[in-house]
Ligand binder design. Structure first.
Ligand code: SAH
Ligand code: SF4
Length: 395
């Protein structure tokens, strides 16, 4: 791991308190938005048009203040401001890695925190967002899985991460805005903290907003949801969200996968593969990404590579295999496979006819790499607990 300190670390505290009783319009579906507008005095006949206008102000132009919604009557803007707010997570710290990766720590209601990572590449800019605070699953190689505290994020907090990043990248469009390919934030991956399919409705509503053509307007093919294998929700993901799918596969026998990805005890490899084989959107142009973390001596043998291919072939799944060098975190029980081992594994997969990119590790110096996310305060809280326990202060 790079011993170097991050290039910059600044702390920004933007107070965005939710005033008592006001409703946050962010994260509502169009139908929900229309309903709350009517409930709070918008005449029913105007509601559809007002919904469209307000939607565009929020998601197309990034406006947070009703006063700026200049195509609405002044009195109506004031009326909106009495009942509603436009509220996104508050950025607490922002770190920039030596490779340009940005990591944000965001505060959400209840004093919880989530991390969001922005990864700039030549042909795209990917935002890695979180779906939960912590994770109820306990994959043994994942730092997030060791975090005790768990809560589902609301749709507002999920799409709010995208809006927050667009603020930071200063990317709210101006007329004649660039297309997806040239946007700074062109892709979203649900690969931050949490298991997105254990928070299905909120993830779905947030991603629908991100895809809406009259707003953030990202193509569904530029959004990838990563799951550890919540089998019953996989078909629903294709039907109700329509995004691309990545699966945290990580092992080729149930024996090993039971340890690495314990949800395997509930839905085993065979059941998972069947669900993937019938993923309604899967095709050669929309392949399923198999994520495979390379752990020294655990899942990285030639036999593993052959078994992996055999699983995918047997079920005829359009797939690419993303090999992820293990990112270490303090106290992690595994080591990263050697580069030679990773290359040998990749070669077997490639020879079998599957793309096998080795994921570049990004933002490691700021603990922003896959599986390293866990809020700093949570770490601090834990160590304080440990200290108290050691001092015999806990009952
Ligand atoms: N909960 C979801 C999405 C978040 S994790 C899931 O498990 O798919 C995103 C990816 O990072 C997953 O493939 C996960 O297995 C992987 N990952 C977790 N910890 C890691 C680590 N320490 N090093 C490398 N990859 C890791
Ligand atoms: Fe949760 Fe994914 Fe980490 Fe497993 S790998 S503990 S499912 S965040």
């Amino acid at each position: 791991m790079s011993p170097k300190a991050p290039i910059t670390q600044d702390v920004m505290t933007i107070p965005r308190k939710l005033p008592e009783g006001k409703i946050n319009l962010v994260g509502l579906t169009r139908d929900q938005l229309r309903a709350v507008l009517i409930e709070h005095g918008t005449p029913e006949k105007q509601a559809k048009m007002r919904t469209g206008q307000i939607w565009q102000w929020i998601y197309q132009w990034g406006v947070r203040d009703f006063g700026e919604m200049t195509n609405l009557a002044k009195a109506y803007r004031a009326q909106l401001a009495e009942s509603f707010v436009i509220e996104i997570p508050e950025v607490v710290t922002r770190q920039v890695s030596e490779d340009g990766t940005r990591k944000y720590l965001c505060r959400i209601a209840g004093g919880h925190e989530v991390e969001v990572v922005y990864i700039p590449e030549e042909d795209r800019g990917t935002l890695c967002i979180s779906s939960q605070v912590g994770c109820t699953l306990t994959c043994s190689f994942c730092h997030t899985g060791t975090q005790k505290l768990v809560r589902n994020l609301t749709a507002a907090e999920i799409v709010g991460q995208v809006m927050m990043a667009r603020d930071d990248l200063e990317e709210w469009p101006v007329p004649g805005a660039p297309k997806d390919e040239t946007r700074l934030l062109s892709n979203i991956v649900l690969m931050g903290m949490g298991e997105p399919l254990y928070n299905f409705e909120n993830v779905r509503d947030a991603m629908k907003i991100a895809m809406d053509p009259e707003g953030i307007s990202l193509s569904r093919r530029r959004i990838t949801l990563s799951t550890s294998g919540v089998v019953p929700e996989i078909a629903r993901t294709a039907e109700e969200i329509g995004c691309l799918l990545a699966i945290s596969f990580h092992a080729t026998t149930d024996e090993t996968r039971d340890v690495l990805v314990p949800i395997n005890k509930r839905w085993n490899i065979e059941e998972l593969l069947q669900a993937l084989a019938s993923y309604p959107k899967a095709s050669n142009s929309e392949r399923i990404t198999f994520e495979y973390v390379m752990l020294d001596g655990v899942n990285d043998s030639d036999e593993d590579a052959h078994r992996l291919i055999d699983h995918i072939k047997r079920h005829n799944i359009p797939a690419k295999i993303n090999l992820i060098p293990f990112n270490e975190w303090p106290g992690a029980p595994y080591k990263r496979s050697s580069n030679n081992r990773i290359r040998a594994f990749a070669n077997i997969v490639y020879q079998a006819g599957y793309a096998s990119p080795i994921r570049k590790t990004r933002g490691e110096d700021i603990m922003a790499a896959c599986g390293q996310l866990k809020s700093a305060t949570e770490r601090a809280r834990k160590s304080r607990k440990q200290i108290e326990a050691e001092a015999g202060l806990q009952n």
